[in-house]
Design a protein around this ligand. Structure first.
Ligand code: ADP
Ligand code: MG
Length: 586
């Protein structure tokens, strides 16, 4: 029997969707979580105080934005917190809710505990962001065996990098929900060099939805003098409808957006939307955004000193690459047809599973090793020949694109005789001005004793960068070799085991002790109970999207009519809601 402790799962922890995969019978396979291949990266606290992850949380976002968190990946590595249902959470904790859902989904399907994972991150993620990702895994009860770059994972999913594979240059174009990345990677003897990355952290499918919804909202303003963008619920419903239409338009020439009761006119009469869009219209709406992605391709090619014809393979990944215009524009720019054989939503997770399989010792002979995307060094001050002190210089110990794991040591000395302490500041980035880079951590080396005739002290700074791109720094005194510093692990961005345990406890708490949502003021108990029933229905993972939208719409209408004090209308909407709920609940 297979030893269950050996299982390692692959996880694509995405900005909008997260995906789980494992190796089964030698091939990577997506594991659906609660029946869904893609888990929306949305976390919320439901009406009864229950934790919601995925589609139910996404449904709830429309009606209870203050109890719902989206796109947490953009905040990974930042020191700020987000507030969900009145409680503050770190980005690691919110991500941990998603990872925990994936872990539990895996356990349910596999039938045994899952404790190890490979998680993917964007190629440009710095050390702090990678570290935060690992911490999120730990909070979720997962040992993160490896973090790998998303473009590397895509290449693995395509089977590149198998033993004996020839030299390949691959351009990965990844257009997801909220972010766009293009990476040019070079596979050679199992090492993946990142030759260039470019992209836009705020460009993706969400923007396309917004463009389409915006067009309809504009029309609505012209017709009814009401701007739906000012009403969160109406706007959120319109965005969802726009996304559905957008997805349909990837395979059919026309789609219709229809929404009932989006707003009331001056006389309190309900207003509806019915709008047909053609594929051509939609493509025109997002044309400038797609052009921006092509410009990023150009930038990456220029940075890598390459022409389109130097690229051996072009891979399209990310859900938004299903838009036919994307394929056309990339094909035209790259003068070759991109590969789309692997489901673009799944490629990254499948690649993570391949890496996970390798770690678990499965029979797969892909061997790919990532490089560090950014240089690592310390801040120094130097005396110029003219005796001027130049401060805030970055002395790189490990240069970008160095294959990991790697260790580098360099000697540094104190600046003036009798100096008995050095402040070590560790930075990641390419700017020669140290402070212009990302500060990874700082610590003091104290009680130094001169070890040179000139009264200065030599120390050796050693950087150890592991396979995950996580850095460890040690400082030793030159003559004795004695370690004179604490490890960088003590730096402020890192969570200690105690803090991880604390976060685990906070997650556990959220699972069993959240306050139910307070009913909005001015709502009578009968209506409040009905709204509660509606939210419970919305929290069902397999709720049909049209029904979810209808419920969301009616909830919005009931709240609006309540605040307008129109009892007759409240009652009418409640009757309709009851009908829909009966349909859902049956
Ligand atoms: P991320 O990596 O950012 O988490 P994904 O790669 O899963 O996200 O992409 C999600 C985006 O893909 C969403 O904006 C979704 O609307 C979009 N999408 C999914 N399927 C299609 C489709 N058939 N046509 C157009 N866009 C799609
Ligand atoms: Mg992605």
């Amino acid at each position: 029997m297979k030893d269950t402790a050996d299982t390692v799962v692959g996880i694509d922890l995405g900005t909008t969707y997260s995906v789980l995969a494992v190796i089964q019978d030698g091939a990577p396979l997506i594991l659906p979580v609660k029946g869904q291949r893609l888990l929306a990266s949305v976390v919320g606290i439901g009406p009864d105080g229950e934790v919601l992850v995925g589609a139910p949380a996404r449904n709830q976002w429309v009606v209870a934005v203050e109890r719902t968190i989206r796109s947490i990946k953009r905040k990974m590595g930042k020191a700020e917190t987000v507030t969900m249902a009145g409680k503050a959470y770190t980005p690691q904790e919110i991500s941990a809710f998603i990872l925990r859902e994936l872990r539990e989904g895996a356990e349910e399907l596999l039938g045994y505990p899952v404790e190890r994972a490979v998680i993917t991150v964007p190629a440009y993620f710095n050390e702090v962001q990678r570290q935060a990702t690992i911490e999120a895994g730990e909070i979720a009860g997962l040992r993160v065996e490896r973090v790998i770059n998303e473009p590397t994972a895509s290449a693995l999913a395509y089977g590149y990098g198998m033993a004996g594979d020839q030299h390949l240059r691959v351009l990965v174009y990844d257009l997801g929900g909220g972010t766009f990345d293009v990476s040019i990677i070079e596979l050679d003897s199992g090492v993946v060099d990142v030759l260039a990355t470019a992209g836009d952290n705020y460009l993706g499918g969400d923007d396309f939805d917004e463009r389409l919804a915006g067009r309809i909202a504009d029309e609505f303003v012209r017709e009814h003098h009401i701007d739906l963008r000012e009403y969160h619920q109406a706007w959120a419903r319109l965005l969802r409808a726009a996304e559905e239409a957008k997805i349909a338009l990837s395979s059919v020439p026309y789609a219709t957006i229809s929404l009932e009761y989006v707003a009331d006119d001056n006389n309190g009469r309900p207003l509806h939307i019915r709008h047909e869009v053609s594929q051509g219209e939609f493509e025109e709406l997002i044309d400038d955004l797609l052009t921006r992605t092509i410009n990023c391709i150009d930038k990456a090619l220029t940075d890598a000193h390459l022409e389109p014809t130097d690229i051996d393979r072009v891979l399209l990944v990310g859900g938004s690459t299903r838009i036919p215009a994307v394929w056309e524009m990339v094909t035209e720019r790259m003068q070759q047809e991109p590969h789309i054989e692997i489901d673009p939503d799944a490629a990254v997770a499948l690649g993570a599973a391949v890496q996970a399989g390798i770690i678990a010792g499965e029979e797969i002979d892909a061997v790919l090793v990532d490089v560090t995307p950014l240089s690592l060094g310390i801040e120094t001050a130097e005396m110029t020949f003219t005796g001027r002190l130049q401060v805030d210089r970055l002395a790189p110990l490990i240069r970008r694109n160095t294959t990991i794991p790697v260790q580098r040591s360099q000697a540094f000395s104190t600046l003036y005789p009798g100096q008995d302490a050095i402040e070590i500041k560790v930075y990641q980035g390419e700017n020669p001005v140290a402070s212009q880079n990302v500060l990874l951590g700082e610590f003091m080396v104290e009680d130094l004793v001169p070890n040179r005739p000139d009264g200065l002290t030599d120390v050796t700074v050693k950087f150890e960068l592991d396979v995950n791109g996580i850095l460890d720094v040690k400082v030793t005194e030159r003559t004795t070799g004695k370690q004179v510093s604490a490890q960088l692990k003590a730096s402020r961005q890192r969570l200690s085991p105690e803090e991880i345990a604390l976060s685990q406890a906070r997650l556990g708490e959220a699972y069993d002790s959240f306050e139910p949502a307070a009913p909005a003021s001015g709502i009578d108990p009968g209506t409040a109970a009905l709204l509660h029933r509606a939210q419970t229905a919305l929290a069902q993972p397999d709720l049909d999207a049209d029904l979810a939208d209808e419920i969301n719409g009616l909830v919005a209408d009931i709240r609006q009519a309540t605040s307008a004090g129109d009892d007759a209308e409240v009652e009418a909407f409640c009757d309709r809601l009851i009908d829909v709920l009966l349909e859902v609940e049956s």
